[in-house]
Design a binder for this molecule. Structure first.
Ligand code: FE2
Length: 384
C-alpha cells in the first residue's frame, strides 16, 4: 500500500491572488492563473498570478517540447503480418507504451514475463483467448493481461487498434476510497473469463507445433509445445485477466470546482497512473472555472491518447497522442477558453474520450514514434 504524500497546511499568500484558487478568474483583472505542483496533483502546490500566458514561448530546444503524434501513421508489424507484433512508442525502465494494429489471428501464443499488459481497445472487436478463458473485446475496453499469462488475440475483422501499456510493476486499481466502493465504477462489472476451450487451432504452426512467444528481459524467445498450451479447464485464485469498458466508468465531478486529472486515474503503480477523461457536463456554477490553470506538473510526464470526441468542439483525429514532459508549461490557449465559455449554455457537455498515462520517470520516445510527430504543432499551448 502506497502512502499518499503528506498534506501540508503551511500555506502562504503574497500579492494579488484569488480568494479561492480555480474560482472566479474574472476578478484577476487580466492576470493568468498558473499552477506548479508536486507529486502529480496530490502534493504541495503554488498558484502564481502572472501578466502573460506562460505557454507563449517563442523558441524551445532539446527536450523542452510538448509533442503531438499522429497515431494513424503507425505501422506495427502485426498490421500486415499475422506473425508480427506491436510497435513500441515510449518507454522508461518500468513502463512501455506500444501500439498494436493486429489484423488477423495470432499464429502463436504470447506470454509476457517482463510485466503486466494493459490493452486499451481503440478500434475493432474480437477475442482475447486466454488460459483463463476467452475475453471478448470491443472499442473502449481495458483488457488487463497479468504478467506471465498465456493468450492469443483473435480479431473479428482486419481493422483493430490497441494502445498497450506494459508495466514491470504489478498494475492495480488507483485508490478511489473516498468515493465509496461503487464509484467511479462498480467492480462487479469487471468481465472475468471462464474456461472455454475450442479447436480453432489458430496458435498452431505449419508443422503442427504450438509456439509460445515469451517476452523476457526485453527480448523475445519461443518455447514450442506439442499441444495447445491453452488447455485450462478450471481456475481459482485472485490473479486473473479481466476487462472493463469506459462506458461503465462514471467520472466524479463537481459543479463548483474543476477536478484535477488524478481524480480520473483508473489503474496505478507506485510510479505511474493510467486514467481517462470521459464525457461529462461542464462545471456550471456562476463562479466555477471550466478549465484547469496553466500548469507545470513537475514530477510527472503527461501522455494522452485521443480515443474519440472533440477537443471542446474542435475536431481532432482519433489516435492522436501527445507527450508533455514533466516541468513544462501547458494549458489551453486563453482565446480558446474564451471562445468556449462565451457560448456555453447550462447542461453543455464535454464529449472527449481520452486515455492518459502520467508517469514519474520521464518517457523516451522511440524513432518510430518520432517519425509521426506533428512538428508544426509542438508548443505549450495544449494539454489537459
Ligand atoms: Fe497537464
Amino acid at each position: 500500500m502506497e502512502l499518499r504524500p503528506m498534506r501540508s497546511w503551511i500555506h502562504h499568500s503574497r500579492g494579488k491572488v484569488l480568494r479561492q484558487a480555480v474560482t472566479g478568474r474574472h476578478e484577476l483583472g487580466g492576470l493568468y492563473e498558473d499552477m506548479i505542483t508536486r507529486q502529480g496533483f496530490e502534493g504541495r502546490d503554488a498558484y502564481l498570478y502572472r501578466r502573460s500566458e506562460p505557454t507563449r514561448w517563442k523558441r524551445a530546444g532539446g527536450g523542452a517540447v510538448n509533442r503531438n503524434y499522429d497515431g494513424q501513421l503507425l505501422e506495427p508489424s502485426d498490421r500486415a503480418l499475422p506473425g508480427g507484433g506491436p510497435l513500441r512508442l515510449f518507454h522508461n525502465p518500468g513502463l512501455s507504451i506500444w501500439v498494436s494494429r493486429r489484423s488477423a489471428n495470432m499464429p502463436y501464443s504470447a506470454r509476457n514475463i517482463d510485466g503486466d499488459e494493459l490493452y486499451f481497445v481503440h478500434e475493432g472487436t474480437g477475442t482475447f483467448y486466454t488460459e483463463f478463458g476467452p475475453i471478448p473485446y470491443e472499442p473502449g475496453d481495458y483488457v488487463l493481461v497479468p504478467k506471465g499469462v498465456t493468450y492469443r488475440i483473435r480479431p473479428a475483422g482486419p481493422v483493430n487498434y490497441f494502445l498497450v501499456v506494459e508495466s514491470a510493476e504489478e498494475l492495480g486499481f488507483a485508490d478511489t476510497g473516498a468515493f465509496g466502493r461503487r464509484a467511479p465504477f462498480d467492480p462487479g462489472l469487471l468481465y472475468v473469463p471462464s474456461p472455454e476451450l475450442d479447436e480453432l487451432g489458430d496458435g498452431c504452426d505449419e508443422n503442427g507445433k504450438w509456439p509460445v512467444r515469451l517476452k523476457m528481459r526485453g527480448e523475445h524467445t519461443t518455447v514450442v509445445f506439442d499441444l495447445d498450451p491453452i488447455d485450462v479447464e478450471g481456475w481459482s485464485g485472485d490473479l486473473f485477466p479481466f476487462k472493463m469498458n469506459i462506458r461503465d466508468y462514471r467520472p466524479i465531478m463537481s459543479d463548483r470546482i474543476h477536478v484535477m486529472p488524478s481524480a480520473y486515474a483508473v489503474f496505478a503503480t507506485s510510479t505511474f497512473m493510467v486514467g481517462n477523461f470521459l464525457p461529462r457536463p461542464f462545471e456550471s456554477a456562476p463562479d466555477a472555472e471550466q478549465f484547469p490553470p496553466y500548469h507545470r506538473n513537475v514530477d510527472y510526464d503527461e501522455f494522452t491518447f485521443f480515443h474519440s470526441g472533440t477537443v471542446l468542439g474542435m475536431p481532432i483525429a482519433p489516435a492522436t497522442m501527445s507527450l508533455v514532459p514533466q516541468g513544462l508549461h501547458h494549458g489551453l490557449p486563453a482565446e480558446l477558453q474564451e471562445q468556449v465559455t462565451k457560448n456555453l449554455k447550462p447542461g453543455d457537455r464535454i464529449d472527449t474520450e481520452v486515455v492518459f498515462v502520467d508517469t514519474k520517470v520521464p518517457l523516451t520516445p522511440t524513432a518510430e514514434a518520432d517519425a509521426t510527430r506533428h512538428t508544426g504543432q509542438d508548443s505549450g499551448r495544449i494539454g489537459m
